[in-house]
Design a protein around this ligand. Structure first.
Ligand code: ADP
Length: 549
């Protein structure tokens, strides 16, 4: 099942004949070198996380061949990216830029339009251009992963001085994750808020390149590009995140000073009904930074699934695994039987940590039956230590384990945002529970508490080889998106297959925001070549012609 034969043949982009497309590809080969252009005409391959494909989504919600690239190109520099953009404009071929393409759960490397030519920026543009020890900043190209940045800090002997912030899985691109507004778990967890300065190739026929913020200064502004994100005039960075308005070729990022100590903590809460009062306790602590990091409140089932065993080890029945079984199984583990587990970290030297940890302890213990688990009692392979590494800026891969829950395990997320309130948490949890029950799918919610909001991340783990289960997963996701929208909640990010639906929920004042996005799209990308449909934004050539899903 690792090799997939393309039964539908070469996915030639719609609107161009196969001979014309092949001739255009030959043009590109002679410009870039034939070895840097690869055609997907017979088969595509799956791999595991670190050897993921760049041609398609290895965790598809639809058929493997639905969101698949016709070719992949590997530019080595900004000038070559510009050349590819001009080429796409000339031939009206859709292009889809990825940094590393590990966007698993949201579409992986797959383009939204079948047959797009994927620009894999990460393979040959992977330089750490600078690390500034005085300002605690860096400037990176799209191919720099969280692992690579972390390793480079260690190599230069700066690992003790400064930290990176990493998402749950460290193999992704710093640029890719940040422009998709991903999060990590140190106090620098809001990656987008922590970036400073972009270099962008625009999608128009002339493929202009611009720098944002201080980088726009006539001499290049390198001295302050990574220190001050805004520059002068409109703040343009925002339109290059979660969009299809430009190709990011460089990005500045801030690094966190080593806080002088850190300490993970874990609390368990016995009852499902503890969720609402707990949120009321978490909110003021988080907003006042006593709880200092993007912390997670996870359902007990997730603590079980991350052990890496298939669900059939515990239960083989159809439908969500009964709570009683989850509790019995957890009873045998370090957390004990519980409904919720909170993972957090306190930063700073010991006396400073103690003040904060004591406040947290007395607040959390207002919940009857709340337990603090002593880390000293936990074995080295306990998931807690993975959270400990991540929250202290060390990339990790443990989080992959829960994909083993199903055979051919794939996952896709429902990710609504809400205030940190008991009532909101309860409403979202209840609607997710109802829809999972109907779909016969295990519910694995995690509340990721930002500062004044939380992302509820509900990962559906499904068997990618089981078409029936894929359809149930898709229906469950779509129902939750609609239910949440009706209650006033929207998603912060979504799978490529669901982008039209999610974009459609941001409809205030007769879709004024989408009209604005469309206007920008048509002006910046008049030929509609860059990532059509991404985040629900369709260029004029495609709009209202049946592409929306
Ligand atoms: P990661 O490997 O970190 O998960 P990806 O490379 O998959 O990140 O990026 C996630 C999404 O963000 C991509 O599907 C793409 O649409 C967009 N993206 C990533 N890198 C760029 C870039 N350099 N310029 C424009 N869009 C990008």
């Amino acid at each position: 099942s690792d090799t997939i034969h393309l039964t539908r043949g070469l996915p030639v982009p719609q609107g161009i004949s196969k001979p014309a497309f092949l001739a255009a590809i030959d043009d590109l080969k002679s410009a870039l070198g034939a070895e840097h252009v690869q055609l997907n005409d017979t088969e595509i391959k799956n791999g595991w996380y670190m050897e993921h494909p760049n041609t398609h989504d290895m965790m598809p919600l639809f058929d493997f061949e639905e969101f698949v690239a016709s070719a992949v190109v590997y530019p080595s520099c900004v000038a070559e990216v510009q050349m590819i953009v001009r080429w796409a404009n000339k031939h009206l071929i859709p292009i889809f830029p990825i940094s590393m393409g590990r966007n698993l759960g949201y579409g992986g490397a797959a383009p939204r339009v079948r047959g797009s030519v994927t620009i894999d920026l990460g393979k040959r543009m992977a330089k750490i251009l600078s690390i500034n020890e005085d300002d605690f900043t860096c400037l990176v190209e799209p191919g720099v992963s969280f692992y690579a940045l972390h390793e480079e800090l260690q190599r230069r002997g700066l690992g003790d001085k400064m930290w990176i912030d990493t998402p749950d899985l460290g193999g992704g691109s710093v640029v890719g994750n940040t422009v998709d507004r991903g999060v990590g778990y140190t106090p620098y967890g809001d990656h987008w808020a922590c970036h400073s300065g972009l270099e962008v190739v625009l999608p128009g026929p002339d493929a202009q390149v611009l720098r944002t913020g201080m980088g726009a200064l006539g001499v290049g502004g390198e001295n302050t590009w990574q220190c001050f994100p805004y520059g002068f005039g409109p703040y343009s960075d925002g339109i290059f995140s979660q969009s299809n308005f430009g190709i990011v070729t460089k990005m500045g990022m801030t690094l966190m000073p080593n806080p002088g100590g850190f300490e993970s903590f874990m609390y368990t809460f016995p009852n499902e009904s503890d969720l609402a009062p707990l949120m009321e306790i978490i909110r003021p602590l988080r907003i006042s930074n006593i709880l200092e990091n993007v912390a997670q409140l996870r359902h007990g089932l997730q603590t079980l699934s991350v052990k890496g065993h298939p669900r059939t080890k515990y239960y083989s029945g159809f439908g969500p695994m009964p709570d009683a079984i989850v509790r019995t199984e957890l009873e045998k583990t370090a957390t004990g039987a519980c409904a919720w587990v909170y993972y957090g970290m306190s930063y700073g030297p010991a006396p400073i940590r103690k003040l904060k940890l004591d406040l947290i302890d007395s607040a959390f213990k207002q919940i009857r039956g709340a337990k603090k688990i002593d880390p000293a009692t936990l074995p080295a392979d306990e998931y807690f230590w993975s959270r400990d590494r991540i929250a202290s800026g060390t990339p990790d891969l443990e989080e992959l384990k829960w994909v083993n829950w199903m055979p051919n395990g794939a996952h896709a997320a429902f990710s609504p945002v809400s205030p940190i309130r008991g009532a909101d948490a309860t409403k979202l949890y209840e609607l997710a529970k109802k829809r999972h029950m109907e779909a016969g799918i295990d519910l694995m919610p995690a509340f990721c508490v930002g500062l004044r909001e939380m992302h509820l991340i509900v990962e559906i783990v499904y068997d990618a080889a089981d078409a029936g289960m894929r359809r149930r997963a898709e229906k469950c996701l779509r129902d939750m998106i609609d239910d949440a929208a009706a209650l006033g909640y929207g998603e912060y990010r979504t799978h490529i297959a669901l982008m039209d639906q999610v974009a459609g929920t941001y409809s205030w004042n007769d879709h004024a925001l989408m009209k604005f996005n469309n206007q920008l799209k048509d002006s910046l990308d008049p030929n509609g070549i860059l990532a059509p449909g991404r985040c629900g934004i369709w260029p004029q050539r495609y709009r209202n012609r049946g592409w929306e899903l």
